[in-house]
Design a protein around this ligand. Structure first.
Ligand code: 48H
Length: 261
């Protein structure tokens, strides 16, 4: 025999006990990041590396969002300076294409960014979709309402499954174009989204980073979700702003944690 003796019941218990132990801990977090795309992963890496208890909630079984494929089903990622500094930090090789524009392989960049977030200590809850927010006094965001992703994909008549929720001192919306956490506030008349604007690479990336921050008490918005909230131009398949927006969102979350104790 090559392998140690292990029975089926051991495999089952290892999975269920390990998952439930983690899940019980996820019920209460410093920061919950909704969406594990490039902005979400970068923010998670920054926060977790400071010892902040950080949970990423991702509706897909895989992380990375739009970062695997750059654009047009071609898996090259472009990054405008100074975004390549984040690639340096996580050890992704890239080439200079032209002054201020770098190109690298999507799968390499994405897998390194996922590993960096996990290595820093961020936890991941995947196949889980955020459907709503938890609100407290003065409508402060205090957590998110979640359900298994497959629940939303099944016919309503066989899925009357109530969601549960996890608490967080700060929630970050990194859900990309749909800005889903912001949308949950909009459904209650608490915020108004403008919808992202037409493409204008030159303007868009600075604008995303500038608009990253607390958009409602307890909620930080970043990445394409910020473009959607504030009606900023889109940038197409170039990712420097997503990486730097993730960093700025982490700073904003840390300021809130410090301010509110
Ligand atoms: C849990 C959810 C939910 C939900 C969505 O789209 P992303 O890659 O987002 P960003 O903002 O980090 O990066 C955007 C970039 O990839 C991009 O598309 C660009 C730059 N486009 C420019 C242009 O012109 O179009 O990732 C968002 C993640 C995904 O993994 C989703 O599955 C996840 O969020 N997500 N997770 N609950 N309700 N909604």
């Amino acid at each position: 025999m090559i392998f140690d003796k292990v029975e089926e019941k051991d495999v089952t218990r290892a999975i269920t006990e390990g998952f439930l132990k983690d899940f019980s801990s996820y019920a209460e977090n410093d920061v919950v990041i909704v969406g594990g795309g490039p902005s979400g992963l970068t923010a998670a890496k920054e926060l977790a590396s400071q010892g902040i208890k950080t949970l990423i909630i991702e509706r897909n079984n895989y992380l990375g969002g739009g970062f695997w494929i750059g654009g047009y089903l071609m898996n090259k990622i472009t990054v405008r300076a100074p975004g390549q500094e984040v690639l340096d930090e996580i050890g992704v090789p890239y080439e200079k294409f032209t002054e201020g524009l770098y190109v690298c392989d999507g799968p390499h960049a994405c897998s390194k960014l996922i590993a960096a977030a996990c290595d820093a200590g961020a936890k991941i809850l995947n196949m889980t979709k955020v459907d709503d927010v938890v609100l407290r006094e003065e409508n402060r965001v205090a957590g998110v309402v979640i359900n298994w992703t497959p629940i939303s994909a099944l016919p309503r008549e066989i899925t009357c499954v109530d969601p549960i929720s996890v608490q967080a001192k700060v929630v970050i919306d990194g859900t990309g174009h749909d800005a889903e956490v912001v949308a949950a506030l909009e459904r209650r008349g608490l915020i108004k989204t403008k919808g992202f604007g037409a493409m204008w690479v030159e303007k868009s990336e600075d604008a995303v980073v500038e608009h990253t921050g607390e958009c409602h008490p307890g909620l930080v918005v970043m990445g394409m979700a910020a473009s959607t909230l504030y009606g900023l131009p889109r940038m197409g398949p170039t990712f420097g702003a997503m990486l730097l927006s993730g960093k700025k969102a982490a700073e904003a979350a840390m300021e809130i944690l410090e301010r509110e104790g």
